[in-house]
Design a protein around this ligand. Sequence first.
Ligand code: BES
Ligand code: MN
Length: 462
Amino acid sequence: MTATLDNPIQALSEYVSYPSVSADSSFSDGISGAREFATQRLQDLGFSVETIETPIHPVLLGKRGDPSWPRLVIYGHYDVQPPDPLDLWSSEPFVAIEREGRLYGRGAADNKGPQIVHMCALHRALKKNPNLPLHIIYLIEGEEEIGSPSFRPFLEARKEQLAGDMLLVSDTGSPGPDQLVVTTGLRGLTAMEVKFKGPRQDLHSGVHGGALRNPLQALAQVCASLHDSSGKVAVDGFYDDVIEPQDWEREELSKLPIKEEDYQEFLGVKTLSPPPGYNALEAIRFCPTLEFNGLGGGYQGEGSKTVIPSQAFAKITCRLVPNQRSADIARKVKRSIEAVCPESIQVEVEVKGGGDPYVIIPPGKPGSTGHETKLMQRAFPILEECVKNQFGTKPIYLREGGSIPIIRDLQEVAGLEALMLGLFTNEDNLHAPDESFNLKIMNQAIDSFETFFLNLGKSYRQ
Ligand code: BES
Ligand code: MN
């Protein structure tokens, strides 16, 4: 295939055709295909590109322009989530198909479409001004969907090469084409796997039932103890470091053109249950959570089986908000689980990694320091203007419920703060069957970013 950045839909279709599932090693051809595709597009744009090996999937590091110019780092990820469950897709997940103004395919929205937006916009900007005075450092990783295990070591090793004045990311959401969001925060994450170990093998529940504790019962007891009846997390000290959102953040949220009733209908639930003191739309952004992502143990087949299982497990993740720390929360949850679990069951809590929450106060908003880089101070208003011109409304400034842990790492290690424009929507079905990218958003975003890049370069020359 020979997709070029002259044709965004074609370019995105080819990018989607490489099944770059990072979680499953049987997709290694798709991973390398997507990586080579991204490398070639960066080379088309005049970047020199280095492929940096990691223990799992390599990172791409591209560069253009003079290092003395303002330095803009652009981040994206070429990996995607597994396409399962396959039978719920209306078309092949890795064959991009256009239907009713959307391009369907795994990764179309998360994160290949938004990357094509940046690249096509840059392509047009560089055609108009080949000497655009921006030193651009492109960073595209292949492990985002598995928690970026190789990223922190990569960053520590290469931080000098990532020195920049600002980070640009489009890997977050917006309500829709009539209202975009500049993302001002991301929740952190703590992932844990808990094992409950009972008898050395599965047992007949009649022959042995009554003599010993059932690991599934211990699991149920432990899991039920982790929330109180209002829905709040009942782990000692869980909320200690949570800071309240600022007034301007609540005000921005009230501009969100989504009603709670519509959101409830979208989710297909009878009632929303945010924690006390917050509505559901606030809770996603401002409150931490503890969620069960998977529970297992015992007989899962058809019919019944009278068995006491030998083991049970729970997969748990917490979403964190400023100033909670991932390692601290992992410790607290572990302690709480160990305290509640009956002694006769051996419980093992394994921490599977995570990341701390990230928050940025946009230049000029209450609480901002005024010490942002010049590029930051120019970039926010320029992007706001470009979005207003293309989409008809100014973006609103909101924290987001999802996590991209490496954004915090880039802040801590390379001193980079992020300007994030959300380009996908709830209707895009991220991580789910029938993922798609809204082509109206794609086209208007390309136009917005074209002017953004040109003006950001122009403002430097003055
Ligand atoms: N692009 C998402 C993160 C995201 C989703 C941000 C929705 C804002 C709104 C990213 O690819 C993702 O899914 N991240 C994972 C991180 C995890 C695997 C460490 C997440 O949030 O679950
Ligand atoms: Mn993503």
